[in-house]
Design a protein around this ligand. Structure first.
Ligand code: FES
Length: 147
């Protein structure tokens, strides 16, 4: 049911934890399943993501997708991190079962929420970044139409 990569990231999550004095912190949840994700970003003065950590109270697919998402954004610019969609994360994990696709939205949305927090703290506008939702269940219908 799950790819080897999903199982690997679930069993050995990368970048789990938190960052004190993070440049940006984002928390999102899914009211339908009750899962919660928090993402911490450490961004340097050149807008490069030097470090990223996550904490989750979520299912295995949420853990695996968050772990992969952190690997994909680490070392990237803020703009590049915006391109790390849940679809990109799923592709990097060799796919997710259809019923678990929504779990990958937590990671994407938590990164966006952390970037939003960073932008607000620094009084900047990140082009292409929309105000994140705190409950991704609102977005799920769009996703099930896409997949
Ligand atoms: Fe809630 Fe996976 S079941 S994030």
């Amino acid at each position: 049911m799950y790819s080897e990569k999903v199982m690997d990231h679930f069993n050995n999550p990368r970048n789990m934890g938190e960052i004190g004095h993070a440049s940006g912190v984002g928390t999102v949840g899914n009211a339908k399943c009750g899962d919660i994700m928090r993402m911490y970003l450490d961004i340097d003065e050149n807008g490069i993501i030097q470090d990223v950590k996550f904490k989750t109270f979520g299912c295995g697919a949420a853990v695996a997708t968050s772990s992969m998402a952190t690997e994909l954004v680490k070392g990237k610019t803020v703009q590049e991190a915006l391109q790390v969609t849940n679809k990109a994360v799923m592709e990097a994990l060799d796919g997710l079962p259809p019923v678990k696709v929504h779990c990958s939205l937590l990671a994407e949305e938590a990164i966006h929420a952390a970037l939003w927090d960073y932008a607000e703290k620094n009084n900047i506008v990140i082009e292409g970044l929309k105000k994140p939702v705190s409950d991704i269940a609102e977005k799920e219908e769009d996703v099930s139409e896409t997949y």
